[in-house]
Design a protein around this ligand. Sequence first.
Ligand SMILES: [Zn+2]
Length: 233
Amino acid sequence: MHMKSSWIRHAFFHLLYPHNCIGCGSDVISDENFLCLKCINDLPYTHYESHAGNPVEKKFWGRIPVTAAMSEFYFSKKSIVQNFIHELKYNGNKDAAHYFGNIMGKSLLENNRFNIDVIVPLPLFEKKEKMRGYNQAEILCNGISEILDKPVVRKNVIRKVSTETQTKKHRTERWKNVEKTFQVLDASLLEGKNILLVDDVITTGATIEACGAEILKIKNIKLYIASLAIATK
Ligand SMILES: [Zn+2]
């Protein structure tokens, strides 16, 4: 009887909160995980964290001085990574974002190239964050923070204008638009620190470059960059 009622409760819970793999949609997953075993085995890790001069770092060469940068996964169209990033950004799956933040934290921790004091999420435009209810980069930061045991500095670097509509413009034109997009409210909170700037997906790198350029105006800091995924052609 007891077993039966717990099974019913479990089935009911499952109905209320459908628990499917966020990579492929299969429902064969455990309660703790967000991915099925097949997707876990197929995750396209870059292992960039251990490679100086990796493609993320190269993106910023000649643009801004970045001490080290990494992306956890390769992003490609119609991949499991695209599916779970969609889940984090548009389906409000904060638990999954936290889980992927933990994965990033472990990669950073296992590597001595990343000597981090504080973690800063790439900010969303305030109105956009209100509409979405959260900033997915901030949830990734929470997951990273839990593993590195370093604080997340929130709402200190802000985004003053939305740049979403600029994505189809030419790179230099786009740069003019993102240049004045970000602002650091209280530089003293970040002075002298090794700062990890975190975003979900890096494509051209223009947005993170603009935000990084603003952060680099703070005295005596080192800038590190991490994203959940990198889009490669
Ligand atoms: Zn799956």
